[in-house]
Write a protein that binds this ligand. Structure first.
Ligand code: SF4
Ligand code: SF4
Length: 409
């Protein structure tokens, strides 16, 4: 245990690959499913913003803790990060001046409403990876993504900005990634058709995710036919992989499922010895603070931007005092709290549980963690079935198909 602690400390000191800076807690939208909408056990929108002094400390922290990482990244997150465009510029220029030969990448996740020509010109010239939130056609997108204090959705302005990027920065346009939040109350076919056929959108990458259930104070409602339509589109993706359906009829947003399938069932398995190790941990959790880190406007550190900022468990340090190694270790060792159940679980090697699902804001709850096992096993079973089906029909997972980034649904 002691040795493991030492190696974890070494990782924390040397392998950090990315810091995401929360530049503001404010946003010009009030999306219904936003993690800061008040519907989640999380903070709510506020006027707090990151100071340049604290931002510099965050960037220095990244460089100081990454001597074994050749490539490092700085991400900008909010609220809506472009409300703090001047601060973002200063952070980019400070990072560039201090990166000392490391390959430096930048990324921003934005609601897409503030992408003026000046902003895009700057992001493009500094090669900032641009992730824009877009949920589907106007009726779908505007249902959830609405301006603060106005009875108006954001679809029209987002599309106008994307069209302008296409016209004025065509090469940068090709690199746009859309973050698509899927609401199971919407008509999935309608969302799918938009991303698969709409001219300005269809050739760009997407990162789909379902509305986040973690920390949500109520259950998510579903349309009766959501699963049927979703399943049918998934079936078409598999048919297109087998060459039995023209790719143009296959869902671009569900294409990501194939990359997850390939990663979990083929690549991760081929990289490992096929036998179960004597000692192990359910796969899934990251090393908190090990490869990525999220810093809020107050300088508190968290494993990533998806955990609750109201949770004392998830605060793994502060920029002034550094990592709280004991807390990082507790999160890393999340498997310990359900050790007996996990030892006997067939999904052990494919488990996607992480510390966030066990977080009850004051501690890590075994009961809360185990309440997710049913859906983890259900999803694993689906992946296994689809993997076997494709393999039985002669599909070769080792053939290079495409090299896009993937997300998981
Ligand atoms: S744009 Fe993002 S931060 Fe703003 S309300 Fe919507 S989800 Fe929340
Ligand atoms: S599905 Fe549940 S029991 Fe199985 S390995 Fe994951 S956390 Fe443990």
């Amino acid at each position: 245990m002691k040795n493991k602690n030492i190696s974890h400390v070494k990782i924390l000191q040397s392998k950090l690959g990315m810091i995401t800076l929360q530049v503001t807690q404010q946003c010009n939208l009030r999306c219904k499913y936003c993690a800061y909408s008040g519907e989640y056990d999380n903070r709510i929108h506020s006027n707090k913003r990151l100071s340049f002094e604290t931002a510099k400390k965050g960037i220095d922290f990244l460089f100081e803790h990454s001597y074994n990482s050749e490539q490092v990244g700085v991400g900008f997150y909010g609220g809506e990060p472009l409300l703090e465009f001047e601060l973002i510029k200063k952070c980019i220029e400070y990072s560039e001046a201090n990166s000392e030969g490391k390959e430096l990448i930048f990324s921003i996740t934005t609601n897409g409403t503030l992408l003026t020509k000046t902003v895009v010109e700057y992001l493009c010239s500094h090669n900032v990876s641009l992730v824009i939130s877009l949920d589907g056609p106007k009726n779908v997108h505007d249902k959830n993504r609405r301006f603060a204090g106005k009875d108006k959705g954001s679809f029209d302005i987002v599309m106008k900005n994307v069209e302008a990027i296409k016209k004025e920065f065509p090469e940068y346009y090709k690199k746009i990634i859309f973050s698509v939040v899927i609401d199971p109350l919407n008509d999935f076919s309608c969302v799918n058709e938009f991303f698969t056929t709409y001219d300005t959108i269809k050739d760009l990458h997407t990162l789909p995710s379902m509305i986040n259930q973690n920390y949500l104070k109520h259950d998510i409602k579903r349309n009766n036919d959501f699963s049927t339509k979703y399943g049918y589109e998934m079936f078409k993706v598999l048919l297109s992989k087998l060459g039995r359906l023209n790719k143009s009829y296959s869902s671009t947003i569900l294409e990501n499922y194939y990359f997850q399938l390939k990663r979990d069932m083929f690549e991760n398995r081929s990289n490992n010895d096929n036998r179960l190790p004597e000692k192990g941990h359910p796969s899934g959790p990251c090393v908190p603070g090990g490869t990525r880190l999220f810093m809020d406007v107050n300088g508190f550190l968290y494993p990533c931007e998806r955990v609750s900022e109201s949770s004392s468990v998830m605060r793994i340090g502060h920029i002034e005092s550094g990592f709280d190694v004991k807390k990082c270790f507790e999160l890393l060792n999340i498997g310990k709290i359900t050790e007996e159940a996990c030892k006997n679980c067939w999904a052990f090697r494919f488990c996607t549980s992480c510390c966030a699902i066990a977080d009850n804001l004051t501690g890590l709850s075994a009961e809360k963690k185990l309440s997710h096992c049913r859906s983890i096993k259900f999803n694993t079973e689906l992946l296994l079935k689809d993997y076997c089906t494709l393999s039985e029909f002669g599909f070769h997972f080792d053939e290079k198909i495409n090299n896009i980034k993937f997300g998981s649904l």
